[in-house]
Design a protein around this ligand. Structure first.
Ligand code: SF4
Length: 73
């Protein structure tokens, strides 16, 4: 199974809070600038549900490329 992680483009984030309210594992919270931020320690597979709630498409998934040994969009 490919390894994935949730990323947030803070430049796009409008601080609406929808992802924070929806995250089933409290994996997302506001940072000191009121932009959404992922807590990588508690991100789980079912956190992918938050991707679709963002009204400005600031949340996306990166998949780990086994050949290059790095994450890619
Ligand atoms: S749903 Fe999108 S715009 Fe709203 S706080 Fe989360 S990342 Fe920011």
């Amino acid at each position: 199974m490919p390894c994935k992680r949730i990323k947030i483009n803070k430049d796009k984030c409008i601080s609406c809070g929808a992802c924070i309210a929806t995250s089933p594992n409290q994996a997302i919270d506001f940072d000191e600038n009121n932009k959404a931020e992922v807590n990588p320690k508690i991100v789980k597979e079912d956190d992918e549900i938050v991707i679709d709630v963002c009204p400005v498409e600031a949340i996306y998934l990166e998949e780990f490329d086994e050949d290059k040994k790095e994450y890619k969009k």
